[in-house]
Design a protein around this ligand. Structure first.
Ligand SMILES: [Zn+2]
Length: 464
C-alpha cells in the first residue's frame, strides 16, 4: 500500500512553482501529474504535469490534429506521460538504460514490448476530484447553490435518466451515478465531444494510458493509484466511494466484469487505489477560497510539462494551441503543441524508426525521418510511393526485419504524403481496438462513448 505520497506531491508542486506561471489573480485551475515510484528504493520520478479546465467546442476542432481538443489537466498530463514513455523508448533504443522501463522478451528470446520494470508503480495525482461521475457528491456538497446551478447545463436536473447508449451532457441529471458525461458542465458553454475525466480514467483502467499508438511498442500501462487533493477529511469517505465507482467499479459488473478477466494479451480491468493528500495546490479553487480570495472563474490557459524534454521544458496552451502563435503559423513544426495529435504522430513514427534501427543494429539517429512515411502500414493502406523510391518495410516487434535500409539518398526524395493517416495507424493496433470495442461497442458498459473520429484524424505525419 502506498498511502502517503506527500513528498512526491511536494516535488510536483515545486516543479510547478519553478516554472513561474500563474493564472491571473482570482482565477483558479486544476493540476494533474503522472509520476513513477520505485517501491523498493522509494525513488520518485515525476514524468508529466499539466494544468487546465477547458476544452474546445466541436466547431473549432482542427483538421490536421494541430490543436488539443481536451485541455483538462488529467488529459494533458496523460498525453505528457505518453510522450515521456515514447521518448524513453527512443532513449532506450539508443542504448541509454532506463531505470523505469524494460523490454520484455518471450521464451524464444524474441523481442517484445516495453513495460514498467518490476517494483515500479504508476501514480496519478490530481489537485481535485476528477470531473464527471467521480465528483458528483463532492461538487454538490462543496459548492453554494448558485455555483451548482451555474455548473448544470440548460436541461433541468429532474428529467428522466439518459437513454441507454447516450452520454449525459456535463452535470445534467447530476443526481444520477455511474453515467457517462461529456465536458464541459457549464450551461453556457457550447457542446463538445470530450468525455469527462472520470470516464477517461475509467477507460485507462481497461486500456492502459499508453493509447492506441503507444500500444504498438508498450504493454498496457496501468495506474496503480490515484491521489486526490483538496478534499476535506470529512468528505473523503464519500469521495472515495464515488471514485471507486466512477473509475472502475461501474466496469466491474455483470458480463463485462467477468469478460475482462479473459481479455486478450496483457489487458485486464485494473482497480487503482484511491488516496488523498492534504498538501495544498496554491491555485486550486478550495485553497484560494480558504485564503480569502474572491475567485472569479477558472483559468483559460493550460500549462504542459514533461520530464527529460530535449527542447522546450514546458509550453502554455490557449484554446488548444500554443499561446502566442499566429493562426497562419500553427502548422509549423516548431509551433505545434507537443501534445497534439499531429506532434504525437510524428513522435510515434520516430519511435518506430528508432526501434527498427535498433533491431537492425543501425545507428538510431540516422533513420529518424524514414519512418515518417513508411511505418507499420496497415494492410488496407495502398502504397502510393513513387516507383523509383525505396520502400522501407519496418518490422513488427515480434518479427525479424524484412527490409531495413537507410540510404542517405532516400531522405530528401521521400514523399511527404504517402504514409498511413493518423486514424488508420491507430486502427491498425488491432488488439487495442478490440479491447476498446469491448468497452464502448454495442452492449458494452460504456456504450454511448462519444468519439471525435475519422473526420478530424485523416492527416499524415509529413513534415510541415
Ligand atoms: Zn476534467
Amino acid at each position: 500500500m502506498f498511502l502517503n505520497h506527500d513528498e512526491a506531491i511536494e516535488q510536483i508542486l515545486a516543479t510547478y512553482s519553478s516554472l513561474k506561471l500563474s493564472p491571473p489573480p482570482s482565477q483558479w485551475t486544476v493540476l494533474a501529474s503522472f509520476f513513477l515510484k520505485n517501491t523498493v528504493t522509494d525513488v520518485v520520478k515525476v514524468i508529466s504535469m499539466a494544468t487546465g479546465t477547458k476544452c474546445l467546442p466541436t466547431s473549432r476542432y482542427p483538421m490536421q490534429g494541430e490543436a488539443l481538443h481536451d485541455s483538462h489537466a488529467e488529459v494533458l498530463a496523460r498525453r505528457g506521460a505518453v510522450r515521456w514513455f515514447m521518448e524513453e523508448v527512443v532513449r532506450s533504443a539508443r542504448g541509454v538504460e532506463s531505470q523505469w522501463l524494460a523490454r520484455r522478451e518471450d521464451e524464444d528470446g524474441r523481442r517484445q514490448k516495453y513495460a514498467l520494470r518490476e517494483d515500479i508503480k504508476l501514480i496519478l495525482y490530481v489537485s481535485t476530484v476528477p470531473c464527471g461521475d467521480a465528483s458528483t457528491r463532492y461538487l454538490a456538497a462543496s459548492q453554494d447553490p448558485e455555483m451548482a446551478a451555474l455548473k448544470d447545463s440548460s436541461r433541468p436536473a429532474t428529467v428522466d435518466p439518459p437513454d441507454v447508449g447516450s452520454a449525459t451532457r456535463g452535470r445534467d441529471n447530476y443526481s444520477l451515478y455511474g453515467v457517462l458525461r461529456t465536458k464541459p458542465g457549464r450551461a453556457d458553454s457550447p457542446p463538445t465531444l470530450c468525455m469527462s475525466c472520470s470516464d477517461k480514467i475509467a477507460a485507462w483502467n481497461v486500456l492502459g494510458i499508453q493509447g492506441a499508438l503507444g500500444s504498438s511498442f508498450l504493454e498496457p500501462l496501468y495506474l496503480n493509484e490515484v491521489v486526490i487533493g483538496e478534499v476535506p477529511e470529512q468528505m473523503r469517505g464519500v469521495v472515495k466511494e464515488d471514485c471507486e465507482r466512477a473509475l472502475w467499479g461501474r466496469l466491474d459488473v455483470g458480463d463485462f466484469g467477468s469478460r475482462v478477466e479473459s481479455l486478450p494479451g496483457k489487458y485486464a480491468l485494473h482497480k487503482p487505489l484511491i488516496s488523498f493528500t492534504s498538501v495544498p495546490f496554491i491555485h486550486s479553487r478550495a485553497t484560494m477560497v480558504e485564503a480569502g480570495v474572491v475567485v472569479s472563474g477558472s483559468c483559460n490557459d493550460s500549462l504542459c510539462w514533461f520530464a527529460d524534454a530535449s527542447g522546450l521544458a514546458f509550453e502554455v496552451l490557449i484554446n488548444g494551441y500554443r499561446r502566442g502563435v499566429s493562426p497562419k503559423h500553427r502548422l509549423r513544426d516548431k509551433s505545434l503543441p507537443l501534445l497534439c495529435k499531429l506532434s504525437m504522430f510524428k513522435l510515434f513514427n520516430r519511435v518506430e524508426s528508432a526501434i527498427a534501427s535498433h533491431v537492425a543494429g543501425m545507428p538510431v539517429d540516422n533513420c529518424e525521418r524514414i519512418a515518417s512515411t513508411a511505418i507499420y502500414p496497415p494492410k488496407d493502406v495502398v502504397d502510393t510511393s513513387p516507383p523509383n523510391q525505396t520502400v522501407f518495410a519496418i518490422p513488427s516487434l515480434l518479427m525479424p526485419p524484412l527490409i531495413v535500409a537507410c540510404p542517405e539518398t532516400s531522405r530528401d526524395s521521400e514523399s511527404t504524403t504517402s504514409g498511413p493517416t493518423y486514424f488508420k495507424t491507430k486502427q491498425s493496433s488491432l488488439e487495442y481496438q478490440n479491447i476498446k470495442n469491448l468497452l464502448t461497442g454495442a452492449n458494452a458498459p460504456f456504450v454511448g462513448w462519444v468519439k471525435s473520429g475519422e473526420k478530424w484524424e485523416t492527416f499524415g505525419a509529413a513534415p510541415t
